[in-house]
Write a protein that binds this ligand. Structure first.
Ligand code: MG
Length: 159
């Protein structure tokens, strides 16, 4: 059985703002997230997990931040591209697990909507998509609320 695992990690800094995008869901917050695209740190980590499982580099390989056409881009473009590569190489995504690391905003109330949105983009049953969160106990840059970090794991199986 041909199984491929990939991991992804991403960080975005907070900036002035009144909302942010996390795993495809717009969340009102007292800060925004800084980034070339929409700075959806969770979706970026998941996208990199898919590329990683295929040994196809990372988001920057496929969507260079130096290219102005990706400025302000909605991150579902990146994730959709990655899942297309999965299918093109003869695999399917068995499951994905995303962990968001932040003190605020609180993720729990939005986790269901995030799972639903990711599952929609990935064309996957929601039971195969996990979004969870942890704080870093007020330690480090996430603890000081300077930014949000995200981890993701993806498992691919031969289609
Ligand atoms: Mg990013």
């Amino acid at each position: 059985m041909d199984i491929r695992l990939g991991n992804g990690f991403d960080v975005h800094a907070f900036c002035e703002g009144d909302h942010l995008w996390l795993c495809g869901v717009k969340i009102p917050h007292s800060k925004g997230l800084l980034g070339h695209s929409d700075a959806d740190v969770g979706m970026h980590a998941l996208t990199d997990a898919l590329y990683g499982a295929l040994a196809l580099g990372d988001i920057g390989t496929h969507f260079p931040p130096s290219d102005p056409q990706w400025k302000g881009a909605e991150s579902h473009i990146f994730l959709s591209h990655a899942i297309e590569q999965v299918r093109a190489q003869g695999f399917r995504l068995a499951n994905a697990d995303v962990t968001l690391i932040c003190e605020r905003p609180k993720i729990g109330p939005h986790a269901g909507a995030m799972r639903a949105r990711l599952a929609e983009i990935l064309e996957l049953d929601m039971t195969r998509v996990s979004v969870k969160a942890t704080t870093s106990e007020q330690l480090g840059f996430t603890g000081r609320e300077e930014g949000i970090a995200a981890l993701a794991t993806a498992a691919l199986v031969a289609a």
